[in-house]
Write a protein that binds this ligand. Structure first.
Ligand code: IPM
Ligand code: MN
Length: 366
């Protein structure tokens, strides 16, 4: 297996190092070979190459680097975001660029409360918070369609187009039904949107959902408006099994999801192209204020590594990789129950100690 590694900005390289430590441990345990290659793509490189901190002036990632990334089995990403670069430049120039260029049309975000992790919802435990959000990852208001006119004047006008295609909605929805079928849990798929206001794009999502649902008679379907969905996340999270939603709604509800699963320090995601190269990342940011202090929580990055292994294993039919993913996941569960907190600096352990604990736990998995 060939893995491209982009540590990125801030604490990204630190957490990625712990994920790679765990990868080494599990590869030794299960017995598979892998290679990694580091890609130095970051805000620091952009600035060092003379990039304008205020507006995109040079590519954050080069065309030939993107072509090279396409030759890997998976990409492992740390974090994107630099305090000296204006918001949007690195996010669009690297993260969104890769999601679009590699057609990673699904953002797979499990919301799972690990054992021993404090949940801010009173009376809810790991059995109640265990669902998956499938976020459409290449369309919606993320495409950059639109513009700004009369900028800086009182007459300023701007639009940001919610670009939605039946094709895009349908492929995300189909992936969600397949996920729901395999998950073997409640067999319930909930579409989340805002069809009462976004009547045009909402209709496209709803039509696609109803059409694909006919192919999956064993799966119960449901629909929530996104605002109501936020309410249910807090009130009855146990209701959910799999959720499918558009790009921006998926972005927003998975931050809420991260909070009910114990914080940004534990939430991992996969940018999936089922027929191409997928990219796995902790979903929290680059946390500049914690950079280099050995205090950031690497659990999300290690969970992203578990996903990388499970998904790559599933996609290639490689049972060893799938087994490795399962072991890393179970090792994480044994370590979270020993941690004081999932917040940076309050874990009761350093970043590297958590990585060591998970690597040791992997060696002991059955
Ligand atoms: C995420 C992030 C990104 C997004 C940003 C950094 C562009 O918030 O992965 O959820 O909005 O998709
Ligand atoms: Mn987000």
């Amino acid at each position: 297996m060939k893995i491209a590694v982009i540590g990125g900005d801030g604490t990204g390289p630190e957490v990625v190092a712990e994920g790679l430590k765990v990868l080494k441990a599990v590869a030794g345990k299960v017995g598979f070979e892998y290679e990694t290659k580091d890609f130095n793509v970051s805000g620091d490189r952009y600035l060092a190459n003379g990039g304008d901190p205020e507006k995109p002036s040079i590519p954050i990632i080069d065309e030939d680097e993107i072509e090279e990334l396409k030759t890997f089995d998976a990409i492992y990403l740390g974090a994107v975001g630099h305090p000296d670069v204006a918001p949007g430049i690195l996010e669009k120039g690297l993260l969104l660029r890769l999601r679009f260029a590699l057609d990673q049309y699904v953002n797979l975000r499990p919301v799972m409360l690990y054992p021993g992790v404090p949940c801010p919802l009173v009376g809810k435990g790991p059995d109640d918070i265990d669902f998956v959000v499938i976020r459409e990852n290449t369309e919606g208001i993320y495409t950059g369609m639109g513009g700004i006119q009369y900028k800086g004047t009182p007459q300023e006008v701007s639009t940001q187009v919610n670009c939605t295609t039946r094709f895009g909605a349908e492929r995300a929805i189909r992936y969600a039904f397949e996920t729901c079928k395999k998950r073997n849990a409640k067999k319930r798929l909930t579409l989340v949107h805002k069809t009462n206001v976004l009547t045009f794009v909402g209709q496209t999502w709803f039509n696609a959902f109803e059409a694909v649902a006919k192919e999956y008679p064993d799966i119960e379907t449901d629909y929530n408006h996104v605002d109501a969905c936020c309410m249910w996340f807090i009130k009855n999270p146990e209701f959910y099994d799999v959720i499918v939603t558009d790009n921006i709604f998926g972005d927003i509800i998975t931050d809420l999801g991260a909070m009910i699963q114990g914080g940004m320090g534990v939430a991992a995601g996969g940018n999936i192209n089922p027929n191409g190269v997928s990219m796995f990342e902790p979903i929290g940011g680059s946390a500049p204020k914690y950079t280099g202090k050995n205090v950031i929580n690497p659990i999300a990055a290690i969970a992203a590594m578990a996903m990388l292994l499970s998904e790559t294993g599933q996609n290639t039919g490689d049972a060893k990789l799938a087994d490795a993913g399962r072991r890393v996941e179970s090792a994480i569960r044994s370590v979270t129950s020993k941690m004081k907190s999932q917040s940076a600096g309050k874990m009761g352990f350093t970043t590297t100690e958590i990585g060591d604990l998970v690597a040791d736990a992997v060696a002991k998995t059955e």
